[in-house]
Design a protein around this ligand. Structure first.
Ligand code: NDP
Length: 335
């Protein structure tokens, strides 16, 4: 069983030497356990935070152990009555080819139906990133038909879902993404009304103007994935009583966080800004997954994946995700 361990903690930017490929035997099962052959591993920005030994909402990833991570796969052996060989499952199998799951532990393993939804989608639009988009948009941005909703990292796993859900609720959806290809995809394939290329508009003044052009009625709801200059440019275009869902600030994950330059706008425009962690809102998962699964099965929620091949490619693919090299949900294909 090939695994990737975290062997050292990054000082500033994460690098490939923080990880090591390790071979270990596949364990034998105890009662209540299930052996899963992982088909896909999900790479997610939150993993960067876990590499640090700092106080956060989540425990740090322990050194010299398998990196944690969401996986989908197939049961190959079961010592639990609820699972049999051949079942397709989603769980937290980690960065490895085979995983043993304690099926009695709540939230460890869930069977999924792949009749109308591809297995990999349970790590993206119909999984944690999709629910993240749903929670932040529906519960925090509270979009009403006719309003304008903006989302950063718009072509990604979370952002792509935010804009499509906003469109389905009758809003004007505007993305922010890096580069012409990603912006074209966001408007032409995902159906957003506009997309601003933040790399083309590198300074605050230019980005603020580009957003103003893309949002002639101002911004009512903002779903934040990036932070830094992008957040300031959006703040300066928010309508009074606008709502901001603070989901991520990826531009600061690899170094020092970037401060907000215009916090006074929060007061002047009477904005509401709320951070959230999707795993603390398990109560919405069934409702969110029902809507997301239904939309994917009907072809009404589109998504794109960047797929790296083989467990050994996971560290480089993960480092690429932190630099925007992914285009859509970043996965590692293991089978
Ligand atoms: P994505 O698929 O969106 O991939 C990350 C994207 O972030 C990159 O493709 C890149 O897009 C963008 N990016 C990376 N670095 C920068 C930078 N320096 N400046 C601007 N953009 C950058 O990832 P996810 O959809 O999985 O995650 C999106 C966000 O949601 C992250 O911030 C993540 O931490 C957060 N999140 C939060 C959760 C919660 O519970 N609060 C749960 C899940 C995710 P581009 O090329 O367009 O710049």
């Amino acid at each position: 069983n090939r695994q990737i361990h975290l062997v050292s903690r990054p000082q500033g930017e994460a690098s490939a030497d923080n990880f090591k490929l390790v071979e270990s035997p596949v364990p034998t099962l105890a009662d209540g356990q299930v052996l899963v052959r992982n088909h896909y591993l999900s790479l997610d920005p939150y993993m960067r935070g876990r590499m640090n030994d700092a106080k956060s909402y989540a425990q740090p990833q322990p050194l010299n152990q398998v990196m944690i991570g969401g996986t989908v796969g197939e049961v190959v052996e079961s010592r639990h009555a609820g699972y049999k060989a051949g079942d397709k499952v989603v769980g937290m199998g980690g960065w490895q080819e085979y995983a043993v799951a304690d099926a009695n532990q709540p939230g460890m393993l869930r069977k999924v139906d792949t009749t109308h939804i591809p297995l990999s989608a349970y790590l993206g639009s119909v999984g944690m990133p999709g629910v993240t988009a749903w929670y932040g948009l529906v519960k925090l941005c509270e979009p009403k038909a006719g309003e304008t909703v903006v989302v950063s990292a718009a072509s990604g796993a979370v952002g792509s879902v935010v804009g499509q859900l906003a469109k389905a609720r009758g809003c004007r959806a505007v993305g922010i993404a890096g580069g012409a290809d990603k912006c074209r995809y966001v408007t032409e394939e995902l159906g957003f009304d506009a997309c601003v290329d933040y790399k083309l508009h590198g300074d605050l003044k230019s980005l603020k103007t580009a957003l103003k052009d893309a949002c002639p009625q101002g911004i009512d709801g903002y779903f934040e994935n990036v932070g830094g200059t992008i957040l300031d440019a959006v703040l300066l275009n928010m309508n009074a009583f606008g709502r901001i869902a603070l989901c991520g600030m990826i531009s600061g994950y690899n170094g020092q966080p970037i401060p907000i330059q215009y916090p006074q706008v929060l007061l002047q425009s009477r904005l509401r800004l709320e951070g959230f962690i999707v795993s603390e809102h398990m109560e919405v998962w069934p409702e969110a997954l029902k809507e997301l699964g239904g939309m994917v099965a009907m072809g009404k929620l589109k998504f794109r994946e960047s797929v790296a091949q083989g467990i050994a490619s996971a560290p480089e693919a993960f480092l690429g995700l932190l630099k925007g090299k992914n285009f859509g949900k970043q996965l590692v294909k293991l089978v």
